[in-house]
Design a protein around this ligand. Structure first.
Ligand SMILES: [Fe+2]
Ligand SMILES: [Fe+2]
Length: 289
């Protein structure tokens, strides 16, 4: 009798969560505890009443508005994660926490803007459908890699904004957001490790996507919200806000050294060979392919 094709859920399990993995606890269990321990409370930990309104410029207010809308893109990313990782219960469980935290970033920035007198009316709900992009199903492992590098990079940007913003409460908010983004990157790293353990053949795809993601410039910065066509950022009122902010607050050619170091540390671990520069990815990629 001809074998029946496995149901879609089993096809998915083959990539990220094969049967050999079933006796191991889900990563989600551990990440849930770790993220909960590190969590800050919006109402308690952000002193909105202490905002020094005079310290802000109209440009900063406008930029914060753009960042706040960019955070909203977690909504469409979540829709696609749940679709593309349908069979991976562990990863989909983690996405519930990730989505919550990204929407909290959006809300935190919106509350900040409201405290400095910005009015939204129904703008938020009007913006939502405009930024709700959907793309064709993508290869799960490349999506994971793209988000791992993207979170590292966003943490780096927010850390820079946390030192250069002119207003103390805004600096505090960006440092909280940077900490969250860095923890998100660590979670994605956990799922990349799991993917390689379960299926070493996915390593070349991870290295290839990493190589592509690390080749980023201030004028064409690579992040999940900028690299698609169209992208979330391209649909904002000020689609050039990221290059402008980067050229102001992260000038210089080599400011990405911390991002590269953290990303290459994981790639070295996954490939079992030390990589210190973007170039080192090429021989590792040839050896793995
Ligand atoms: Fe975020
Ligand atoms: Fe994040």
């Amino acid at each position: 009798m001809a074998k029946k094709a496995p149901p879609i859920s089993l096809l998915g399990l083959m990539l990220l969560d094969p049967a050999s993995n079933h006796n191991r606890p889900m990563l989600y269990d551990e990440l849930f505890d770790r993220l909960e321990r590190a969590r800050w409370e919006l109402r308690r930990d952000i002193p909105f009443d202490s905002i020094d309104r005079q310290a802000l410029t109209p440009q900063w207010i406008s930029d914060v508005r753009q960042v706040h809308l960019t955070e909203l893109s977690a909504l469409y990313a979540t829709e696609m994660f749940l679709r593309d990782f349908y069979a991976d219960i562990d990863f989909c469980s983690f996405i519930s926490v990730w989505f919550y935290e990204e929407m909290k970033h959006c809300l935190t920035l919106r509350r900040y803007l409201e405290h400095v007198g910005e009015e939204f009316g129904d703008e938020f709900e009007r913006e939502l459908p405009r930024l709700r992009l959907t793309f064709a199903e993508g290869p799960a492992i490349e999506t994971l890699t793209m988000h791992f590098v993207g979170e590292q990079r966003l943490a780096h940007w927010y850390t820079a904004f946390s030192t250069s913003a002119p207003e103390p409460v805004l600096r505090l908010i960006f440092s909280k957001l940077a900490g969250d983004e860095l923890r998100h990157a660590a979670c994605y790293a956990g799922y990349l490790r799991k993917a390689v353990q379960n299926n070493p053949e996915c390593l070349p795809a991870i290295l290839r996507m990493t190589l592509w993601m690390l080749r980023s410039t201030n004028d064409a910065p690579k992040h999940p919200t900028t690299i698609t066509e169209p992208s979330v950022v391209s649909k904002l009122d000020d689609p050039d806000y990221i290059p402008r902010m980067l050229n102001l607050y992260l000038p210089g050619r080599d400011h990405e050294a911390p991002v590269r170091r953290r990303v290459l540390a994981l790639m070295s671990e996954l490939a079992g060979t030390e990589m210190r520069t973007i170039r080192d990815l090429l021989p590792a990629l040839r050896a793995a392919a």
